[in-house]
Each structure stands twice: as C-alpha cells, then as structure tokens.
Design a protein around this ligand. Structure first.
Ligand code: URA
Length: 254
C-alpha cells in the first residue's frame, strides 16, 4: 500500500471513523494527507508598523434578512439561499435542500433539517421519516406531490444529524419567513420541537401538538415528527388525531 498502512490498520482506522459517526467522504477528490507538508505554512507576523488586521465581523442574520427580502420569487429565494455562505452547515452538506411538493398548496409542512437521504437527493423528507409522512398524508387523502408544499427550518444537513443550534436557526429564519410568504399556504404544519421552536417560539411538542396556534400571519398546527413516531409508534394515535384535525380545518375552509 502506497501510504505505508497495511490492510488491517487501514481497515481499523476506517472502522474507527465510522464509529465516530463519519458517514460520507465529503471532498470532491481524495486528499493524500501523507503528501501534505509536515508543518503548517509560516504566517508572516505583523510588525508594529503594520498592525494585525481584524477579520471584519459580519452580521449573518442581517445578511440573511437582506438576501431574503430581495427575493421576489421562490426561484430567487432558492438562488439566494444557495449563494448564502455565512452558515457553517453549508460546508458539511452536499447540497441545499430547498423544498418539495407544490408551491401554492394549501398546506405547507415545515420539518427540522435534512438528514442523510435528503442531503443526497436534495429534497426534504425522502428517507424513512419522509416515507411515513407520505403515508400519514395519504391517510387524510393528501398527495405529497400535489396537495402540500414541504420545506425545513434549515436547508443543510447538520453533521451527524445533530440538533440544529439556536444561532443556526436564528440566522436562517429570515429565509424561512420569506419562504412562507412566497409560497402563500393557507395553513402551516410544524413537525417536531425544532420547527415548533423556530416558528412559534415554543417547545414541548407532546403538549402543543394538535392545537392550532398563529404565526407568520397564518394558522399553525404543531405535530409529532414522523421520525419520533418511528421510534415511539404508540404515539401514532395522537398523530392520527392531529391529522384529522388538519383534515377538518381544510374541509371547513374549502
Ligand atoms: N426530518 C426532517 O425534519 N426533515 C427532513 O427533510 C428529513 C427528516
């Protein structure tokens, strides 16, 4: 082996990385770290006559607000989000996960953040939780492709699917708000605690689920996240009640 590692050591190192949670090699091309210089390049020390430059601090939330406000359509918004470089999650993700379904549908579903499958496919809710979501919608005669519009609070996959940080949510919220304004749904469904917190400013999904609230000038219903239902199937009874509540609201408004 060129690196000097034998098969068993290389395999043990790989298994160790997988155990730590590595799921993907994210560089476009493999990096031969053995060929890299041993020492970090020398940084020229600033002299007294030439003081160290302070990195300019950028207000990421203000930048997001400006970019979101300037977007006049969903296509513009997608482009603006794709070009937004101030959220670190972007660097660890394969691609932007913007939305799926039909813009302008009566129901807009807001999930938390992409997972591995969504990151790969570039669409929200396509993994196991997404498949359960499709079945939940079908149970109240909603077709995922045409009757709903689906997005997430965060458009990039957090590393190892960790919970999004409050500062990441705060930074990306202007985009979410603009997304809702441009998609013009009649009602919002917020899936899980993270989305509930981001949209309604409240946590406690098992208490809040199924009760209509108001945010972003729209009626909002919090629901249990399908990923949670996969782990806690006994909660499906409550999820079913919430789906019926949504169905009744749509029926009353049509
Ligand atoms: N969970 C979410 O909240 N969103 C997705 O897109 C996938 C899983």
């Amino acid at each position: 082996m060129e690196s000097g590692l034998d098969y068993h050591s290389a395999r043990a190192l790989l298994e160790w990385q997988i155990e730590l949670g590595a799921t993907d090699a994210i560089a476009d091309a493999p990096i031969d770290r053995f060929a890299l210089p041993d020492k970090a390049p020398k940084v020229k020390k600033p002299t007294a006559a030439e003081p160290a430059k302070k990195p300019e601090s950028v207000d990421a939330t203000a930048a997001a607000q400006q970019a979101a406000k300037a977007a006049g359509s969903l296509t513009d918004l997608r482009t603006a989000m794709d070009a937004f470089d101030l959220c670190d999650l972007k660097r660890g993700a394969r691609q932007l996960v913007f939305a799926d379904g039909t813009p302008g549908a009566r129901v807009m579903i807001i999930g938390e953040a992409p997972g591995r499958d969504e990151d790969r496919e570039g669409k929200p809710f396509v993994g196991r939780a997404g498949q359960l979501l499709d079945r939940m919608l079908a149970a109240i005669e909603l077709d995922r492709r045409k009757d709903v519009y689906i997005t997430n609070v965060l458009p990039w996959r957090p590393p190892q699917n960790r919970d999004p940080k409050p500062e990441e949510i705060g930074m990306m919220k202007p985009f979410l708000e603009r997304h809702v304004a441009l998609a013009k749904p009649e009602v919002l469904v917020v899936m899980g605690n993270i989305s509930c917190q981001a949209v309604l400013g409240k946590r406690g999904i098992t208490r809040l689920r199924g009760q209509w609230d108001q945010a972003l000038s729209l009626p909002v219903i919090p629901m249990i996240h399908p990923a949670y239902l996969l782990r806690q199937p006994q909660m499906k009874r409550q999820a079913w009640a919430d789906l019926l509540e949504l169905k009744a609201r749509l029926g009353a408004g049509s």
